[in-house]
Design a protein around this ligand. Structure first.
Ligand code: NAD
Ligand code: ZN
Length: 350
């Protein structure tokens, strides 16, 4: 359960869709229309398995472009047009079916259609353990990612881990970076367990459940304390200052978000003097994170992007640092120190 402005439950497992006919029956049967906004690729793989559980209800499906392409003003408008043509009203219900991108745009549509209708998140990626919880919705603007959006909590999150089996390796890596981020900012023993993984393929269903549940618990605890990002929610940005800069420099889609976050965490660990940096680099290496990008990208390539970071103020760079696992804090770092650390990381990776 997430205690937000409007509390909601996060369910995770292989049988979560059974809740459509029990716990969420009332929510579904009281809706005058139910619309699924589905990622195109996810729809082609898994829509039938979802619809099977929605048989008692009349459901229409809007297929959105897969992945990040969905987070555009065009898709946003297309969704609204679809809802209007389907005769949706304030009493309609949206289901967001896909990864973080679909969740973000569908959540934004839900928060704006007739000033807000309820929605259920049905995440299908590992990364979405992060994005489906916390109520941030967004689309992108040509001048910046996630620049247009709202805080709007879902009515529920139903996370069926069966769908994770079709995820490409790169997306598994991307999601696992956010999982280990949640461990770094919360719990040393859990972090140790994760650092022992040398291939994500070795994880069984139960392991996935465990790690995703823990990740969701960390995220939920933080957003409960700070729903609108005034304080502790900043800690979730561990690794993200450099990550966002790398994503912007390379161009979105050239590297997955989580892969960039892994590089950003390595950098933040070095800046912090965290004792497990070497171990973390070995983990990244074993699991195929693109560490070589640190070599290919110079400090000058990313510095201006880092200065634009939401956490940074005039003249200084603010990073979430971590000397001890579970104890994040924000610190201003001057540019020379930031550069020296970056070059040191480049040497370590060589
Ligand atoms: P994504 O939604 O872009 O999906 C990645 C790719 O995986 C897409 O090509 C998609 O079609 C495919 N895919 C999804 N599920 C699949 C499955 N089960 N099997 C096979 N392929 C599948 O990526 P993501 O990493 O889930 O989310 C990234 C987005 O999340 C970014 O836009 C980011 O800004 C956003 N995000 C939001 C928050 C938040 O708090 N709202 C937090 C973190 C990230
Ligand atoms: Zn992230």
């Amino acid at each position: 359960r997430v205690e937000a402005d409007q509390p909601y439950n996060v369910h995770i497992g292989i049988d979560v869709f059974e809740l459509f006919s029990s716990q969420y029956r009332e929510l579904l049967s009281s809706a005058d229309r139910i619309v699924v906004i589905a990622d195109k690729k996810v729809a082609s793989l898994h829509l039938d398995s979802l619809l099977q559980f929605l048989q008692p209800y009349e459901v229409s499906v809007f297929t959105a472009p897969s992945g990040e392409h969905a987070k555009s003003i065009e898709t946003f408008m297309d969704c609204h047009s679809f809802l209007l043509k389907e005769g949706c009203s304030r009493k309609s219900l949206l289901l967001a079916f896909g990864g973080g991108a679909t969740g973000d745009v569908a959540g934004f549509v839900a928060s704006t259609f007739m000033r807000g209708i309820p929605y259920i998140q049905i995440p299908t990626t590992i990364l979405a353990h992060d994005s489906a919880v916390g109520g941030k919705t967004a689309i992108n603007h040509a001048l910046g990612k996630n620049m247009i959006g709202t805080f709007y909590q879902p009515a529920a999150v139903l996370y069926n881990i069966q769908f994770l089996k079709t995820l490409p390796q790169q997306e598994v890596r991307s999601g696992m970076a956010e999982v280990i981020k949640h461990a770094f900012i919360s719990n040393e023993e859990w972090l140790s367990e994760l650092l022992r993984i040398h291939s994500f393929n070795e994880l069984a269903d139960d392991d996935w459940m465990l790690h995703l549940e823990r990740g969701i618990a960390v995220k939920a605890a933080i957003v409960e304390e700070d729903e609108f990002e005034g304080g502790v929610r900043k800690y979730l940005n561990f690794g993200h200052t450099l990550a966002h800069a790398i994503e912007a420099y390379l161009g979105y889609g050239k590297i997955t978000h989580g892969e960039a976050v892994a590089l950003g965490m390595a950098y933040a660990l070095l800046l912090s003097g965290h004792p497990r940096l070497e171990e973390f680099l070995a983990w990244c290496q074993a699991n195929g994170y693109p560490l070589e990008k640190i070599q290919e990208i110079s400090f000058n390539d990313v510095i201006d992007y880092m200065k634009k970071d939401k956490k940074s103020s005039k003249g200084s760079l603010n990073f979430v640092l971590l000397q001890k696992t579970g104890q994040p804090y924000v610190e201003a770092i001057d540019e020379e120190q930031a550069q020296a650390a970056y070059e040191q990381l480049q040497l370590k990776i060589r």
